[in-house]
Design a protein around this ligand. Structure first.
Ligand code: ZN
Length: 132
């Protein structure tokens, strides 16, 4: 079946919980067993899975990424957003999640996040359900 496209409006930098949209796409597909691929077609954003209980985890992730990949004078990329490109590659631009009996096999504390590193922007991500 065709990938489902979602559009979101993002702030400058944030992790946006998109778990519900992925769960609902799997449920609406009617597939019972398979994998779902969450993909973002951007070079300064990403997709990750991390804790969904304590919002301080997202705050700490953003802080940690800022420490690991600070903006540097030495960067040559003219757009001036090389730190965001580094963070995008560090998180990756897709995640694959298995599902059984129509339910995502996420742990109880796991959520799926769209990671924005160079907003505010209008962004898209895709959810592709593969039965099998
Ligand atoms: Zn750039």
């Amino acid at each position: 079946m065709e990938a489902k496209k979602f559009t979101i409006h993002t702030p400058r930098e944030d992790f946006i919980n998109i778990t519900r949209s992925v769960r609902e796409t799997v449920e609406q597909s009617g597939a019972q067993s398979g994998i779902v691929v969450v993909w973002c077609a951007h070079t300064t954003a990403g997709i990750t899975v991390n804790e969904n209980a304590d919002p301080d985890v997202v705050t700490d992730m953003l802080y940690g990424l800022e420490q690991a990949y600070p903006d540097r004078r030495e960067f040559r990329h003219m757009e001036g957003n090389s730190a965001a490109h580094l963070k995008s590659s560090a998180m990756g631009v897709s995640k694959t999640i298995p599902f059984e009996q129509g339910k995502l096999l996420l742990g109880i504390w796991q959520g799926i996040y769209f990671c924005e590193f160079d907003g505010p922007r209008t962004r898209q991500y895709y959810v592709k359900v593969i039965e099998g």
